[in-house]
Design a protein around this ligand. Sequence first.
Ligand code: PLP
Length: 222
Amino acid sequence: MSIKENLHSIHQEIETVCKEWGRDPAGVNLMAVSKMQSAQSIHEALDAGQRLFGENRVQEAQEHWQAIRDSGDYEDLQLHLIGPLQTNKVKDAVALFDVIQTIDREKLAVKLANEMAEQNRDLPCFIQVNTGLEDQKAGIAPQAVSEFYDMCKYECGLDIAGLMCIPPLDDPPALHFGLLKQLAEDVGLSQLSMGMSGDYERAIPLGSTIIRVGTGIFGARS
Ligand SMILES: *Cc1c(COP(=O)(O)O)cnc(C)c1O
C-alpha cells in the first residue's frame, strides 16, 4: 500500500475505534514519525495532506525539514521532537520544532526555558514519563511527575501541555496508557501522547490525543 493509502486506512481505524469508545475522532491527532525515512516518503505524506510529524533526532530533523520549513509551502506544518534531547542541541531544537515532547530532567527544562526566552519562542512541551521504570529508557518516574510538573511550570515557566510515554516492549501497553492518563488527570493535563503503530488502537480508548505512527504509515525504516 502507498503512504497515502496507509494514512487513509489509519484514519479509518481511528474513526472506528473512536465510535466504539464514544470519542470524537477530531480529538485524536495522527502524527507521522518520519525518522529514518527518505525525502521522497516525506513528500508523499505531505502530498497526502499529512501535516503533523515527529522526529527523534535534532540533526536528522534539520536534514529532513529545514528546507521544507524555509520554503514556506506548508504553513500548517507541525514538527514535534519525540526523541531524547541533549542540552547542547537545545538551541537548534527550539529553533526548528513546534513542540518538545521529551522533557525528562530538570537541567533540560531550565535550558529549554532559557533558550525559548532567548529566541522569543514559546513552545508547548510534554513531560516524558518512564511508566515502566526501565533503566534504558528516558523519562520521569511516575511518582515524581507531579513535583516535576510543578518545577517545569512554576519555576521554569514552561508551557506544559501533556504527558508522553513509550511502554516497555514486553508489557501489555494498556497498563501504561492507563497509568499515563491517571497521572495527567492528577496534575490537570489534557494532552496524552501515547500509542504507536502496534498499539494505537489500545491507546485511543485510554484517552490518547496524539498517536505516533512510523512504520504503519511509511513501512519499515531503512
Ligand atoms: C519510532 C518512534 C515511534 C514510531 O514507532 P512505530 O512503531 O514505527 O510506529 C513512536 N514514538 C517514538 C518515541 C519513536 O521513537
